[in-house]
Design a protein around this ligand. Structure first.
Ligand code: NI
Length: 217
């Protein structure tokens, strides 16, 4: 027994070391990240529902500082900024990766930069609920009116690994809620009061404008 205990201890230590050094990325994730074009394929419903409807996992500590994380963020930013997409935010499941990463436009900051947020969580929903229009790169040709909170508190990590928290307000809070929903497999149409095709949406807006009195403008 005295001889077995040290051996068991060494084996446990070895297992622990091996698991800590385990590759933080799956073979599929590495393939998507490294082999995709700089503007990535955007997953769409219903073809990619397995990815878009899944819950995303946190980025583990050992993934911070890896070239894969840097590449994924750079490609997500290039994708959401591509003229063919023209979105204000994108979540990792929209490029085929079920991890808790979003890149979105901070309309509340000077210069309105796109910023990455890792392991993001909304831990408080506050403020009034306001209904506003939304669209999604993964639901092309559709728009909807969605009720959202106007003030939220978020915690997240930067690509460098820093832990951050902040209150977000206004339309930027709506973008955060839309993108974070993607990480739980939720799409805006699940929350929408009403959903329109682009054509019906334009028609409705036009009809509304006809109803405006002459002094409206
Ligand atoms: Ni979306």
């Amino acid at each position: 027994m005295k001889k077995i205990l040290p051996i068991l201890g060494c084996a446990a230590l070895l297992l622990c070391v091996l698991s800590c050094q385990r590759d933080p990325w799956t073979a599929w994730e590495r393939k998507v990240i490294t082999q995709s074009d700089s503007v990535m394929y955007v997953t769409v419903m219903p073809e990619d529902s397995v990815i878009l409807r899944a819950s995303s996992r946190d980025i583990p500590e050992r993934a911070f500082g890896t070239p894969e994380l840097q590449t994924l963020i750079a490609k997500m930013l290039a994708t959401v900024n591509d003229p063919s997409q023209g979105g204000v935010g994108i979540a990792a499941p929209q490029v085929g990766i079920n991890r808790r990463i979003v890149c979105l436009q901070r309309l509340d900051m000077r210069g309105e930069p796109f910023e990455p947020y890792i392991n993001i969580q909304i831990d408080s929903l506050a403020g009034e609920i306001s209904v506003g229009p939304e669209g999604c790169l993964s639901l092309p040709g559709l728009r909807g009116d969605v009720p959202r909170h106007t003030r939220i508190h978020v915690t997240y990590r930067t690509p460098e690994g820093a832990h951050c928290m902040e209150w977000i307000e206004g339309f930027t809070a709506v973008i955060f809620q839309h993108e974070c929903d993607h990480l739980d497999g939720t799409l805006y149409v699940d929350r929408a009061d009403s959903v329109y095709t682009d054509a019906a949406w334009a028609e409705e807006r036009e009809a509304f404008s006809y109803d405006r009195p002459a002094w409206w403008e």
